[in-house]
Design a protein around this ligand. Sequence first.
Ligand code: NDP
Ligand code: 2IT
Length: 451
Amino acid sequence: MNLKDPKQFTADFMAYIQARNPGEKEFHQAVLEVVETLSEFLIKNPRYIHSKILERMAEPERVIQFRVPWIDDNGNIHLNRGYRVEMNSAIGPYKGGLRFHPTVNLGIFKFLAFEQVLKNSLTSLPMGGGKGGSDFDPKGKSDNEVMRFCQSFMTELSRHIGPNTDIPAGDIGVGGREIGFLFGQYKRLRNEFTGVLTGKGVGWGGSLIRPEATGYGAVYFAEEMLKTRGDSIKGKTVAISGSGNVAQFAVEKVLEMGGKPVSLSDSNGTIFDPDGFDLEKLEYIKLLKNAYRGRIREYADKYDVPYYENKKPWGIKCDVAMPCATQNEISGEAAVTLLKNGCTVVAEGANMPSTYDAEHAFLDAKILYAPGKAANAGGVAVSGLEMTQNSMRLSWTREEVDEKLKDIMKNIHSMCLKHGKEPGGFVNYVKGANIAGFVKVANAMMAQGLV
Ligand code: NDP
Ligand code: 2IT
């Protein structure tokens, strides 16, 4: 390992990661984005290098992979694969979402878990990092099929999790319905009513504002960034991708703050509403996506607005872009288009939605660019608040939780400024978030010895 030149240090470290984790391209990308912003800091603080902290952080403490058999409504047997990557427990029990999507694999869960460790550290709450899920596709399945799948999945997962060990939550394909089925099965197997999952219904241990938290938090973060340039969301045109949990509540908060959200998408295409959404249109979107589980194209039919089949929203002229669907949804080319069209703020609601090239295009253009681990930390932060409420056996009001969420997002923003400000005043939020997130976990690992 080269201990003098940050670029060579990064190259050496990545050669090690690639050799050790062959073929896991999303994991390589997530580690690269961290190492290249940390290398200078590490060279100045060699104690972390000598203790092999980064190597240890990039090696999951435990990986669980299991078989998930289930029966559909017609009596046919199906087989899926379940995963839980327990990445790091230096500052608290493993914490992070479950993703049900046919495209997942171990490398994707490792990237998500690696990011989660740093994100959870940024929230200032005592949570380690983990991630899991399955290649099960909830699309087109009946409620009973989803329930049987969740019960089978939890039957194995329940051996590995617990309110002081590992606390899963939702992510893509896992919302309130799935958390309910998973919780019910855990409770039945263990004969214990505990806060083992977050994102629960408010009537049975869930926190107010948890469904809203990721989208709201990402908009609060965008507002904090704009403040540094004496500006605000008010009056800004905002292009949003996705149409699930994060995207819907990003739209809601942008509207509340006087911005103009104009797009949403799903894996089939993008809708563009030149007049912007309003609360009534948003109600329709929520009904369409959450109750009918329909496609976003149906919005374009109803409101007679353009629908771009198989396209993402990044060709739409906007001031602010909020990718809220999935990883690598902004290509380098799309980033250049966004910049050319005058976009000056990118706040990532999704995890790693910008490709490596897109990220570097945003950084080179010196726009206000917030990586997911900072901008979307509001979701897991309110999950942390849900855990606190469960432990205390009480529940806070909407206002109390929202106030805490705002404070946490502001605090993450301040930490990014502290560690990411470059000579000349530009704030590299990627660097800021990575260093701030790393230091807390690294110091805890150093204090706890070689484990
Ligand atoms: P949802 O399942 O509610 O919504 C996901 C949305 O993204 C859907 O519109 C979906 O379209 C689209 N999408 C998913 N996969 C793909 C794909 N491969 N290609 C194109 N579109 C896709 O998930 P969330 O809103 O919860 O999650 C969105 C993002 O936010 C993810 O990156 C997640 O990791 C991240 N995140 C979520 C948090 C949370 O609290 N839920 C917290 C922090 C980050 P379709 O219906 O066609 O699949
Ligand atoms: O990516 C994420 O931060 C989440 N999916 C939320 C995790 C959580 O435990 O609430």
